[in-house]
Design a protein around this ligand. Structure first.
Ligand code: DGL
Length: 276
């Protein structure tokens, strides 16, 4: 029966950046997004709260006929993936799958030949130590510095992405002064894709100096909206048992735990989608 969809879960706007990117890369499939706006920001909740909210969000997406759910949130990926995969899935939805965003990002970092990287992420993602552990599992010797940036999600969610960008630039500059040269910044929160272009202008990646350049440091900026689409394509190629169950009517629907009027326009601009 091929009438299943691809689901995406996040607290809010970050997940929509991933939705936009995957629908652009793989437009033929049907997508359902669930944003747990009631619990924004997830990044400063407890481990147990994050597990509960994520489990409920994933369940909502499974009930809406998703065969595969992308947890488009680093905080939730860090705190829940193992538990969901080890207990919740086998017990309740043995024929469904979930994917996180951290392992694909760590793989990308390793492939990028980085030597020393800076992770910007939420408080819980940094405290979980998940990025460092995954790097170790791959036997990587990349030197990873992590900094919690809890101010950024609330700024982005209140429409102040330019302020968030300036703050992120300042945080990176402070880190460069403190830890010395780095070659890569990992945007380890899906919301941060919103200001990736500002960071690239501020820290041009081994390119000739550009107008508007504010610093001489050259950095590679890893943004998950540019990583997840090709990792998803690869996953579907390698998992025909999931891919063959997916419907191909190019529909998108967006559901929020608490309706936010300011998302209506964003969703319409992003997807021509509807919010329920
Ligand atoms: N977008 C989520 C992430 O990638 C976090 C947002 C939040 O704190 O709610 O971690």
């Amino acid at each position: 029966m091929n009438d299943y969809k691809i689901g995406l879960f996040d607290s809010g706007l970050g997940g929509l950046t991933i939705l936009k990117a995957v629908t652009k890369a793989l437009p033929q499939y049907d997508y359902v997004f669930f944003g747990d706006t009631a619990h924004l920001p997830l990044g400063d909740k407890t481990e147990e709260e994050i597990f509960e909210y994520t489990r409920a969000g994933v369940e909502e997406l499974f009930e809406r006929d998703c065969a595969l759910v992308i947890i488009a949130c680093n905080t939730a990926s860090a705190e829940t993936m193992r538990r969901l995969q080890d207990t919740f899935l086998p017990q309740k939805y043995p024929d469904r799958r979930i994917l996180g965003v951290i392992i694909p990002t760590v793989e990308e970092l390793i492939e990028s030949k980085s030597k020393k990287a800076l992770l910007l992420a939420t408080k819980r993602t940094v405290e979980s130590g998940k990025y460092g552990r995954e790097l170790l599992k791959y036997g990587s010797d990349i030197e990873l510095h992590s900094v919690a940036t809890p101010e950024l999600v609330p700024l982005i969610e209140s429409g102040k992405s330019a302020e968030a960008a300036n703050l992120a630039i300042k945080i990176i500059e402070d880190q460069l002064n403190g830890i010395g040269e780095i070659d890569t910044v990992i945007l380890g929160c899906t919301h941060y894709a919103k200001f990736k272009d500002d960071l690239r202008r501020a820290f041009p990646s081994a390119m000739p100096a550009q107008a508007g350049q504010t610093t001489s440091a050259t950095l590679k900026i890893l943004s998950q909206d540019e990583i997840i689409p090709h990792k998803l394509a690869l996953y579907l190629l390698n998992h025909p048992e999931i891919e063959s169950r997916l419907s191909r009517d190019s529909t998108r629907s967006i559901h929020l735990s608490v309706h936010r009027p300011d998302y209506d326009q964003i969703a319409a601009d992003l997807l021509g989608g509807i919010i329920v």
